[in-house]
Design a protein around this ligand. Structure first.
Ligand code: HEC
Ligand code: HEC
Ligand code: HEC
Ligand code: HEC
Ligand code: HEC
Ligand code: HEC
Ligand code: HEC
Length: 264
């Protein structure tokens, strides 16, 4: 008798789980469809035409694109769109359009709306929703302020050989950090992203750590006595005062013209 009841219970539970799984899968599909529309109306009858067609009119972009990281993405089925159309959406209406205005109205431009990028980089949407972020969600900036969608190097402009080359994308807007400084902080040679998450962070100024740990990543020095040596000087009494950069000590963390210990 008891076994019989338990059997029914398990059967019902299994059905419930089956149904809820089924409907969850269904709603995922629906969400996918919304995202691929990328918040921009392109004619629903548009179909994918493939990169060779785009190359007929956008020759230079198609040529550059062959060397980009994104050109290696091969979608599972033609339905999802490949190469150009993975970001720009199905292009047949755009190809057929006659006037320039029609051309613009029939293709997605992800420079104006990052949804086309979030389709594959959903984690970046999360980073941009953290408290301190570049104003991409507010529409004041776009992914393409820092990234070249067609070129060989994803992060603009891609020359990694020098301090200025590597951080050029940032210096366009943040001239104060550019220097040149009499006393440079060599950390900047590693790139701004050593200390900042340029997408967003839970910490002020988009720092990857809120406290001395940011600096101790590179400046930790094992000490023999009880001291806590950093550089060639004991920091035992300094570190408890506050973060190295805002505790009143190394206030010129990007470089200084006055003091070799990076003070203003
Ligand atoms: C028959 C020629 C032709 C073909 C083929 C073509 N385009 Fe275009 N495309 C144009 C013209 C013309 C413009 C408008 C340029 C202008 O305003 O200066 C344009 C503009 C664009 C824009 C900018 C739209 C905007 O609003 O900023 C994108 C993106 C674009 N094309 C992508 C594509 C993609 C992807 C393909 C392949 C699916 C493609 N094009 C195929 C001619 C073409
Ligand atoms: C990774 C996503 C992505 C892929 C893949 C991609 N594009 Fe783009 N495309 C963009 C973004 C983002 C912009 C907006 C650039 C801006 O605002 O500066 C853009 C802009 C354009 C434009 C108009 C502006 C311009 O630079 O002239 C054309 C035309 C274009 N793309 C064509 C193509 C073609 C052709 C391909 C394939 C060979 C392609 N795109 C592949 C993301 C992409
Ligand atoms: C169809 C899926 C897809 C779309 C859409 C897409 N990406 Fe990507 N992206 C990828 C994949 C896959 C990689 C390479 C694998 C990886 O490292 O994540 C990549 C790599 C990148 C990189 C690193 C490139 C490098 O040179 O190291 C950047 C930056 C990037 N994407 C930005 C964008 C931006 C901006 C957009 C929108 C304009 C976009 N992506 C749209 C799939 C996509
Ligand atoms: C303020 C400049 C800036 C903006 C705006 C920006 N990025 Fe980035 N992004 C960077 C930098 C810098 C890196 C390299 C980080 C590193 O070296 O650790 C990067 C790395 C990436 C990467 C590859 C490495 C990774 O973390 O997966 C992807 C993908 C990417 N960004 C996507 C995007 C997308 C999508 C957008 C728009 C929604 C965007 N980015 C907007 C600066 C930016
Ligand atoms: C197109 C212009 C632009 C580019 C390129 C740019 N930024 Fe910014 N940045 C801004 C704006 C605008 C703000 C202010 C955001 C706000 O007040 O909401 C900002 C804010 C910041 C802040 C926080 C400043 C504060 O006082 O809170 C840091 C740190 C930062 N950016 C670093 C970077 C780094 C690193 C790069 C390169 C990977 C970069 N930015 C590229 C425009 C830009
Ligand atoms: C060694 C770590 C480090 C590196 C590398 C670094 N920053 Fe910073 N940055 C900081 C710290 C720490 C602050 C916060 C200073 C404060 O709160 O007083 C900051 C603050 C900022 C601010 C806000 C304005 C200000 O000065 O307080 C901007 C903008 C900024 N950084 C841009 C950049 C850019 C652009 C680069 C690359 C050229 C870069 N940072 C590299 C650590 C770093
Ligand atoms: C990516 C590694 C790295 C990070 C992170 C880093 N630094 Fe540096 N820093 C260096 C290097 C390399 C030098 C030059 C060599 C040296 O003096 O140790 C340097 C030099 C300095 C100097 C000058 C030391 C002297 O004796 O002349 C100070 C001060 C300094 N850093 C403070 C900071 C502060 C504060 C932070 C955190 C906001 C920080 N650093 C984060 C790599 C880093």
């Amino acid at each position: 008798m008891k076994y019989w009841k338990a059997g029914i219970f398990i059967f019902c539970a299994a059905i419930t789980i089956f149904i809820s799984n089924f409907s969850a899968a269904g709603s995922d599909k629906a969400a996918g469809a919304d995202i691929s529309a990328a918040g921009q109306d392109i004619p629903s009858k548009s179909e994918f035409v493939g990169m060779d067609t785009c190359a007929m009119c956008h020759e230079k972009i198609a040529k550059d694109f062959k060397r980009s990281e994104h050109s290696r993405i091969v979608a599972v089925s033609k339905k999802e769109g490949q190469a150009c159309e993975a970001c720009h959406g199905p292009g047949s209406s755009h190809v057929d359009a006659e006037t320039k205005a029609q051309k613009h109205a029939t293709i997605i431009n992800p420079g104006k709306n990052p949804e086309a990028c979030y389709k594959c980089h959903l984690d970046k949407k999360g980073e941009f929703s953290l408290q301190y972020h570049h104003p991409v969600p507010e529409g004041k900036m776009s992914c393409t302020d820092c990234h070249d969608p067609h070129g060989e190097d994803g992060v603009k402009p891609g020359t990694l050989s020098s301090l200025y080359g590597k951080n050029e994308a940032c210096f366009k807007c943040h001239k104060d950090q550019r220097g040149p400084f009499v006393y440079e902080h060599e950390a900047l040679r590693e790139g701004c992203a050593i200390c900042h998450n340029a997408h967003g962070s839970i910490n002020q100024k988009m720092l990857i750590e809120r406290d001395a740990n940011l600096c101790l990543k590179c400046h930790f020095q094992a000490n023999f006595t009880s001291g806590g040596f950093i550089g060639d000087r004991s920091h035992t009494t300094s570190v408890p005062v506050g973060p190295c950069f805002s505790g009143g000590c190394h206030t010129a963390v990007h470089g200084s013209n006055y003091n070799d210990h990076l003070r203003l």
